[in-house]
Write a protein that binds this ligand. Structure first.
Ligand code: FAD
Ligand code: 2HG
Ligand code: ZN
Length: 485
């Protein structure tokens, strides 16, 4: 490791006296060995952008095993990377050098579900979609939903404070998580798995771990409140001719649909082209003509007739009074999935088109498209945007109902030269409109040194003090999250 405060795992493994492998052995006495290709997926992130060289991946099956591994690493000054489903988009879940990967996929039991309160208690390594199916059978749903639901873990969701597609309706994990069980960097277990909705006794410590991206503790258990699953869902997609029309549509839709609105997402024509050209088979443009912008709305309510009536009246008005240029309404669950696929498969389509620089920004809604267009014309004027140029497309989309814009810039290759064309310009621009350079994906490796664009020096110093308090040896997720970590 290129850090003084941690021991190189490679040197420990090669040292004849090293007992690391045997010391961390689980109840299974045969310790599997791995070659480089087995380790590659744990060392490489979802985007293929960040790569580490860890020779060791540990997959504990219980909180006690996590604590033993972490305690061993603490005693020996060995750096670790907590890893969930490895779907993170800022390089936080893979090693920078040869840190030990503590992968939680074997810590995946559902501990309890209370059908009266809707409170779920589970291991951190449970996959989000598995949990959603589990509580779904009892008439509930997880309060968050993301395109990565089939792979990401609830522990990873909490560690990144993931937002996602239904944040608009169900809010942040800071509100939905009731308690956490966390292994601290010295191996102590902080048991805070409360199921209480109200508890004003002292500092709310769990909040520090929500969104801390594995920098101060490893989440092993999660207690979370789940809302009732709506009896009826409806999804509609509109084509609009300007970004101003998108902006105006949001308050109109909110006012008309009220409590049944569960998502309000947008994507531009460039994103639609990407999806049509590169997404999985079956994704189809439902419109005859292309539109500069698209909005997807979802409703979820307890009375289908009531929702249908409300939505039909709104759609009629939107078309007649030209709020939108065109619109389609899903008639069954297959069509609902098809419409959602247009929006949800944008990241995957971008990944198939090339190497993707991803920016996840919060800013006033009226500024969003200005930035996307400025980025595009900046590249055009330099002659570096086009099918076989440095960048092939700039797409804008996101959770507009939450003020969260995603910009994906598709490049031929990842290179310092390409990155210099984008940064620091995009961060400065965002900072100048008082936005956030990380709305929901976190800081990870990508933005550890950039936090100053969104937070004051004093705030950063306090965060660094907190990091030292929890992790005095700096062994948890080094080189990530905070400057100088
Ligand atoms: P990982 O990628 O494994 O890890 C992410 C970070 O959390 C790392 O820093 C890691 O060290 C830490 N970590 C993981 N598990 C633990 C743990 N148990 N304890 C402590 N630290 C831990 N994000 C959104 O917010 N909204 C979206 O809509 C969204 N959509 C996505 C769509 C796609 C197709 C993809 C690929 C990603 C998307 N993401 C989205 C990003 C990502 O899925 C989320 O950040 C997710 O919450 C990460 O979970 P994970 O289990 O994969 O974590
Ligand atoms: C989404 O909203 C995710 O689809 C991913 O947050 C965004 O890939 C991205 O940039
Ligand atoms: Zn998102």
């Amino acid at each position: 490791l290129n850090a003084d405060h941690v021991t190189s795992i490679a040197s420990l493994l090669s040292a004849p006296s090293s007992s690391l492998l045997t010391t961390i052995s689980t109840s299974d006495s045969s310790i599997p060995t791995a070659d480089a290709s087995d380790l590659e997926s744990f060392n490489t992130d979802w985007m293929n952008k960040y790569k580490g060289q860890s020779p060791l991946v540990v997959k504990p099956k219980s909180t006690k095993e996590v604590a033993d591994v972490v305690n061993y690493c603490y005693e020996h000054g060995i750096a670790v990377v907590p890893q969930g489903g490895n779907t993170g988009l800022v390089g936080g879940g893979v090693p920078v050098h040869d840190e030990v990967v503590i992968n939680l996929s074997n810590l995946n039991n559902i501990r309890s579900f209370d059908e009266v309160s809707g409170t779920l208690v589970c291991d951190a390594g449970c996959v989000l979609e598995v949990l959603d199916n589990h509580v779904g059978e009892k008439g509930y749903m997880m309060p968050l939903d993301l395109g990565a639901k089939g792979s990401c873990h609830i522990g990873g969701n909490v560690a990144t404070n993931a937002g996602g597609l239904r944040f608009l309706r169900y809010g942040s994990l800071h509100g939905n998580v009731l308690g956490l069980e966390v292994v601290l960097p010295d191996g102590r277990i902080l048991d805070g798995l409360s199921t209480l909705r109200k508890d004003n006794t002292g500092f709310d410590l769990k909040q520090l771990f929500i969104g801390s991206e594995g920098s101060i503790g490893l989440i092993t258990g999660v207690s979370i409140v789940t809302p009732r699953r709506p009896a009826a869902f409806n999804v509609s997609v509109f084509g609009l001719n300007s970004f101003e029309a998108v902006q105006k549509l949001f308050p109109k839709v909110k006012a008309s649909l009220g409590e049944i609105l569960s998502a309000f997402e947008f994507f531009d024509a460039h994103a639609m082209s990407l999806v049509k050209g590169h997404a999985t088979a079956g994704v189809k443009d439902p419109f005859e003509a292309a539109h500069p912008f698209y909005v997807l709305i979802e409703t979820g309510g307890s009375n289908k007739d009531h929702d249908d009536e409300k939505l039909s009246a709104l759609l009629e008005e939107l078309i007649e009074d030209e709020w939108v240029d065109d619109g389609v309404l899903a008639e069954n669950t297959t069509q609902i999935s098809q419409l959602w696929a247009l929006r949800e498969s944008i990241p995957e389509a971008a990944g198939k088109a090339g190497r993707v620089y991803k920016y996840d920004l919060s800013m006033p809604v009226e500024k969003m498209n200005e930035l996307v267009e400025e980025m595009r014309s900046r590249f055009e004027s330099k002659g570096i945007l086009g099918a076989d140029k440095m960048f092939s497309s700039v797409v804008g989309y996101g959770h507009i109902g939450d003020g969260n814009l995603h910009i994906n810039i598709v490049a031929k290759e990842y290179s310092d030269e390409a990155e210099r064309e984008i940064e620091p310009f995009i961060y400065e621009w965002t900072s100048n409109v008082n936005g956030s350079i990380s709305a929901e994906h976190g800081l990870g490796r990508m933005k550890a040194e950039k936090i100053g664009y969104s937070k004051s020096d004093e705030s950063i110093r306090i965060m660094q003090d907190l990091k030292k308090l929890f992790d005095p040896k700096g062994i948890f997720n080094p080189h990530k999250y905070l400057p100088g970590a």
